[in-house]
Design a protein around this ligand. Structure first.
Ligand SMILES: Cc1cc2nc3c(=O)[nH]c(=O)nc-3n(C[C@H](O)[C@H](O)[C@H](O)COP(=O)(O)OP(=O)(O)OC[C@H]3O[C@@H](n4cnc5c(N)ncnc54)[C@H](O)[C@@H]3O)c2cc1C
Length: 467
């Protein structure tokens, strides 16, 4: 049996699944992708309403063309394009405000950021050294040495400046969707230094959904078979190897030599638990996810906000602000791609971090109210320009990604579960792999899913003769 006779099934069309399916189809493999939703992209999908194109989430892409999403697109010959966010990327902590240039690791840029954000002048030198350390290019070995340390501990080695700590804690929440007490220093430094080196912070032309769509268009052109509205309900295993998947409630069986699941590591392990070593299954099921998020999507009848990206955080020492407001990340997609809103209008997506548990709807409600209060405080009069608003909670994220939790990223890049402590995307069942943000990659959300797609594609090619 040659490699072109092997049947591959991919479960799910998130960025990881769509990317990996397209990469394998490019090698001439016989690939079928089943997606339970009627649309592609999972957490990184886009939808149209009244001429506005809004995303499932609240997104920006750390390295655009120069990162894994661009790399997959080049390999598969996709149509994906990015707009680089060359100016107007703001971070605000209380009364301190700084503009982040694309290449933020130069001495001048760092000094300007520290000045703007309001670090104590007597602590500026130590904050400067810390920023330089976090943004410096690193080898894989150097990153691995930082993996099992919380980011806060690394920063503590340099400074106790409150504003600097708040800025890095907020940046950790943005990149890893974890606090800096939990987030791995290795993962953070990888994300932060790659973005500083590449200077290519971007937003996809056409919205976040354009990423998976571009990969899937290429996939279908190369002969890949794509089926929407088709949930995979089981994975068939015989003699320690996958033999196929079952579909829907009817349980129709589709034979496969290789199954690549983008449905999440834990849901995949649950599907095949009876064939796995109990200790391994329990370990995987005990791993923690990143935090969740809620969002308010504003369709506005005029251009209210001049910036493309803002991260706003209340100063933690200001209890009055903390009571009324919440830290908000608010990209303005139509400032990065004017086709995402009707002429003269503006699309603003404002998101805030919260617990990932869908049943805690009262917490989501409270955070959503605080997002609206924060946006009205930062942009007085915004409400008068609202054509419509859409509020999404963590139950919405869980529903769209087909998971029990509404986590933003996937399995957490917690210092206890990254690097050598992260499960392999190659499961201990022959021919079974997981792809996406849960395993097999590094980076920020969508880019971690893309990195995983590239790594799992290479892994499958290197294993395939033995499968
Ligand atoms: C609010 C929010 C803000 C974010 N902000 C950013 C950001 O600024 N930058 C960034 O890089 N990332 C961001 N992310 C994270 C990023 O979107 C995700 O980490 C990434 O898209 C996950 O991709 P994935 O490949 O792991 O799969 P997912 O997106 O989880 O997709 C999985 C797919 O599999 C399908 N599926 C599941 N089970 C089955 C089944 N049994 N049968 C068939 N299909 C199935 C699902 O329907 C879904 O389409 C954000 C996410 C959210 C929600």
């Amino acid at each position: 049996m040659g490699i072109h006779d092997k049947k591959v099934v991919v479960i799910g069309s998130g960025i990881g699944g769509a990317g990996c399916a397209a990469l394998l189809a490019k090698e001439g493999l016989d690939v079928t992708l089943f997606e339970r939703n009627p649309f592609p992209g999972g957490k990184a999908a886009s939808f149209e309403k009244d001429g506005f194109v809004y995303d499932t989430g609240v997104h920006a892409v750390g390295n655009g063309e120069k990162g894994p999403l661009g790399e997959i697109n080049r390999i598969v010959g996709g149509s994906l394009k990015f707009n680089v966010i060359s100016s107007g990327n703001r971070i605000i902590i209380g009364d301190g405000e700084a503009l982040l240039p694309l290449q933020y690791s130069s001495d001048d840029a760092i000094l300007e950021i520290l000045e703007g954000i309001g670090v104590e002048s007597r602590k500026k030198d130590e904050c400067f050294l810390c920023f330089k350390e976090l943004a410096a290019p690193r080898t894989h070995e150097e990153i691995a040495r930082l993996d099992e340390m919380p980011l806060k501990d690394l920063i503590d080695r340099f400074t106790d400046d409150s504003r600097f700590h708040q800025m890095m804690n907020a940046t950790c929440a943005l990149l890893l969707v974890l606090t800096y007490y939990q987030g791995s220093a290795g993962e953070f430094v990888y994300c932060f230094s790659e973005a500083a080196k590449n200077g290519s912070l971007s937003y996809p032309v056409g919205g976040m959904g354009a990423v998976a769509k571009s990969y899937l268009d290429a996939f279908q052109k190369m002969g890949g078979c794509l089926k929407f509205n088709t949930p995979v309900t089981g994975i068939k295993v015989q003699d320690g190897r996958v033999t196929g998947v079952t579909l829907g409630d009817e349980g129709e069986t589709v034979p496969a030599d290789i199954v690549i699941s983008n449905s999440g590591l834990q849901p995949t392990v649950e599907m095949v638990a009876e064939y796995l070593d109990e200790k391994y299954a329990q370990w995987v099921l005990s791993l923690k996810s990143s935090y969740g998020a809620v969002s308010v999507k504003y369709a506005l009848n005029s251009k209210v906000i001049p910036y493309p990206l803002t991260l706003w955080m209340p100063d933690v020492n200001d209890s009055h602000m903390l009571d009324k407001y919440v830290g908000v990340f608010y990209p303005v997609p139509s400032n990065m791609d004017e086709n995402l809103a009707p002429e003269g209008c503006q699309l603003v997506l404002a998101g805030a971090v919260t617990l990932p548990f869908p049943e805690r709807s009262e917490i989501c409600e409270e955070v959503l109210n605080k997002i609206e209060a924060t946006m009205s405080m930062l942009h007085p009069g915004i409400e008068e320009h609202v054509l419509w608003k859409l509020k999404t909670d963590v139950a919405y994220i869980a529903k769209i990604s087909g998971r029990k939790l509404g986590e933003v990223i996937g399995l957490a890049q917690d210092y206890r579960q990254v690097g050598k402590n992260r499960p392999s995307p190659r499961l201990p069942i022959g021919g079974l792999y997981v792809v996406g943000a849960d395993a097999g990659g590094r980076g920020i959300g969508t880019e971690m899913a893309g990195d995983s797609a590239l790594n799992v594609y290479r892994m499958v090619l290197s294993d395939i003769e033995r499968i």
